[in-house]
Design a protein around this ligand. Structure first.
Ligand code: UT7
Length: 326
């Protein structure tokens, strides 16, 4: 029996805020935002709460997994924007979905939150402590940004993604093979959100940290498992900035060369391994990886045996990756 992902779900609020709408709030432009980040629009939760979005994503994940709410024995919500300090968001989700038998806690690891929550769930399932665990990333980043600060408000969006991690026999779900997780508290001041305050970020420092540490953790993870970079079907990275994703792709030195392939063909082949949806949603922090995973799953892009790498990075500073066989 191993820890396996047996279902996925996601929820995005309806309201779309375009770069054009943002350019009426702060001095910016669609051209600047698109060229520096890749983002075209983001969803805004408005009156919806983090627990509302999380509950919707959970209901979809449970349906996808054919698991009933009563069968859930643990809910972990990764979030930096919970409804309350307490009760935790997981307890509110428990009530909203009727998961009356579940233990509940939230986990705070900012944009690495889903990686931290998934590895925690995998450890519980491997140890035989819990059999059906809801792992959720849900964020209302619109409540944390200063809408007068053009250097941060253009980046973020709201949404939730979830998966069900089960303790299952071979052949039932996607095997969670291993993970790698790190933190550098000495540099925690480059990305902060104060209590009752706003996000402050040294964008360039975060950028440099991400493009160095994300390839490092992925290379380490793959080396440990004896997997070549080109054998991974998809790298599902935290969706912060398309330039970060492109830079990580380059630094992984993926050998996609059937020899003689032109440079532009090579780049295209490599980038097909790095799906992205940040164009539509911006940076949804802990929700970005499970939202993208759910989209790929529902578009039938994931096939049995496909190797997937998830990688997150963010405040802490924290970074980590996980290897999964679909
Ligand atoms: O989940 C992790 C969370 N954080 C991240 O992933 C952020 C990582 N960092 C980044 O993605 C990039 O650093 C940003 C997108 C935040 C910024 O891009 P950049 O290429 O590093 O731009 P910059 O900060 O160096 O700013 C360049 C210029 C500055 O003007 P001057 O000083 O050159 O005159 C900024 O004032 O662009 C200006 N600027 C803007 N202009 C138009 C900054 N924000 C904007 C804006 N619109 N929204």
């Amino acid at each position: 029996m191993r820890a396996r992902i047996v279902g996925t779900g996601s929820f995005l609020p309806e309201y779309r805020m375009s770069n054009f709408e943002l350019s009426e709030l702060v001095e910016t432009s669609d051209e600047w935002i698109t060229s520096r980040t890749g983002i075209k629009e983001r969803r805004i939760a408005k009156e919806l709460t983090v627990s509302d979005m999380a509950a919707n994503a959970c209901i979809r994940a449970l349906e996808n997994a054919s698991v009933t709410p009563e069968q859930v024995d643990l809910i972990i919500v990764a979030t930096s924007s919970p409804d309350y300090f307490f009760p935790n968001c997981a307890s509110i989700v428990q009530k909203k979905i009727g998961a009356c038998n579940a233990a509940c806690f939230d986990l705070s690891a900012a944009c690495s939150g889903f990686i931290a929550a998934l590895s925690t769930a995998a450890a519980y399932a491997e140890a035989g402590i819990y059999s059906n665990i809801l792992v959720v990333g849900s964020e209302k980043m619109s409540s944390l940004v200063d809408w007068k600060d053009r250097s941060t408000c253009i980046l973020f969006g709201d949404g939730a993604g979830a998966c069900v991690v089960g303790r299952r026999a071979s052949g039932d779900g996607a095997e969670i093979i291993s993970g790698d997780f790190h933190n550098d508290g000495n540099n925690n001041d480059v990305l902060t959100a104060e209590k009752s305050g706003f996000i402050h970020m040294d964008g360039q420092a975060v950028f440099k940290f991400a493009v160095k540490k994300v390839p490092e953790t992925i290379k380490h993870l793959l080396e440990e498992e004896g997997v070549q970079t080109q054998d991974v079907k998809y790298y599902i990275l935290h969706q912060a900035n398309i330039r970060i994703i492109e830079s990580v792709a380059k630094r992984l030195e993926i050998n996609a060369s059937e020899s003689g392939k032109a440079q532009n063909e090579y780049v295209k082949t490599v980038m097909e391994k790095f799906p992205s949806n940040l164009q539509k949603y911006g940076n949804t922090s802990s929700a970005s990886i499970p939202i993208l995973l759910d989209e790929l799953n529902r578009e039938n892009k994931l096939h049995p045996g496909d190797l997937l790498v998830f990688a997150g990075f963010g405040a802490g500073l924290s970074w980590g990756s996980m290897l999964v066989r679909w």
